[in-house]
Design a protein around this ligand. Structure first.
Ligand SMILES: [Zn+2]
Length: 326
């Protein structure tokens, strides 16, 4: 079998870095790539026409020429050529020495492959299959965007996922709060960058009209942002709806950034409350009295105690404390 190199524009998602890759999937209109493969194999070992599995809604147009070299008048042999895809969208049998035929374009299911083979190959038949393949908007084996992603890559609520020395400082501050009788409820520490990526681009598509085909891929998040109609064209309304569902289920209020102190293990969201007057030991070993308001969100005396532990409050974000106040 002989392959021309099949370049699928969407195939280059392998990332050298575990962090965000900024490789665009493709421009808004994916371009068709043509490859020609010679098939001279029996159907016990079919010849692959595409080099890489195809993602859903790839478009394939096949042109087939099939000749029996030693027996051009087909007087004694009648082996047929079988051309088909694994998703059972395309399945054609071609008679030997028939005229070259171009079949109508078909749209693939996810993770599809196209094969050709000769039924009863005896060595003197040659088929040439030219495939014009337009990559679909999704990599193979991806899951469409939508609410199902929200439970993936969960945010930690444990200080053990923070990075030192901030981890130790946060633990010391929380320990002092608990010794002073405060109630501390942690809602977020480390946010995986994959989650930040999903949150960020869901917001961009849903709220800022980003074209879903322009979202860069991450090799470690098998999401497809582009929803499609049954004929394979981009369904912008469905893509935006799925992103909006994610924004809602993530409970996103402000535009999420791709990198933040949370994605670096340098921030903690926690609700802190107490009753009466709390006497707490600050980071310098000094006893400090904290009265009303009895909430970590609003009591700037407590913020000063946090700062003595190198845990700094972001005033505009009620539960948020970090390494630098951002
Ligand atoms: Zn936060």
């Amino acid at each position: 079998m002989k392959f021309k190199k099949l370049l699928i524009a969407t195939a280059s998602i392998v990332s050298a870095s575990p962090l965000l890759t900024s490789v665009p999937v493709f421009a808004s209109t994916p371009q068709p790539v043509t490859t020609t493969v010679t098939v001279s194999s029996d159907c016990s070992s079919p010849t692959a026409i595409n080099a890489n599995p195809l993602g859903r809604y790839s478009k394939v147009k096949l042109t087939v020429a099939y000749n029996d070299i030693d027996d051009p008048d087909d007087a004694t042999e009648g082996e047929t050529l079988h051309v088909y895809d694994t998703g059972n969208v395309f399945d054609q049998t071609v008679q030997v020495d028939s005229p070259t035929v171009t079949f109508p374009t078909f749209v693939t299911p996810d993770n599809d492959n196209v094969y050709g083979c000769v039924n009863g190959y005896d060595g003197d038949e040659t088929a040439t299959i030219t495939a014009e393949i337009t990559p679909g908007p999704c990599q193979p084996n991806t899951t469409l965007s939508g609410s199902s992603w929200v439970s993936q890559f969960p945010t930690s609520t444990s200080t053990s996922d923070l990075v030192d020395p901030f981890r130790t400082n946060a633990n010391n501050f929380i320990g002092a709060l608990q010794n002073a009788g405060a109630s501390v409820s942690i809602s977020a520490t480390y946010r995986p960058p994959q989650r930040a990526y999903l949150m960020h681009y869901a917001y961009e598509i849903a709220r800022k009209n980003m074209d879903p085909t322009d979202v860069p891929l991450r090799s470690d998040v098998a999401v497809c942002w582009v929803h499609t109609t049954s004929n394979g064209s981009v369904d912008h309304a469905a893509s935006k709806k799925a992103a909006a569902d994610m924004v809602k289920d993530y409970q996103i209020v402000h535009e999420p950034s791709l990198t933040s102190n949370h994605t670096q293990g340098l921030a903690i969201d926690m609700n802190i409350s107490w009753s009466g007057t709390m006497t707490i030991t600050d980071g310098n070993g000094k006893q400090v009295e904290i009265k009303a308001p009895r909430s970590g969100a609003t009591n700037s005396d407590l913020w000063a105690v946090g700062a003595s532990y190198n845990v700094y409050k972001l005033a505009s974000d009620h539960p948020h404390w970090s390494v630098d106040g951002h």
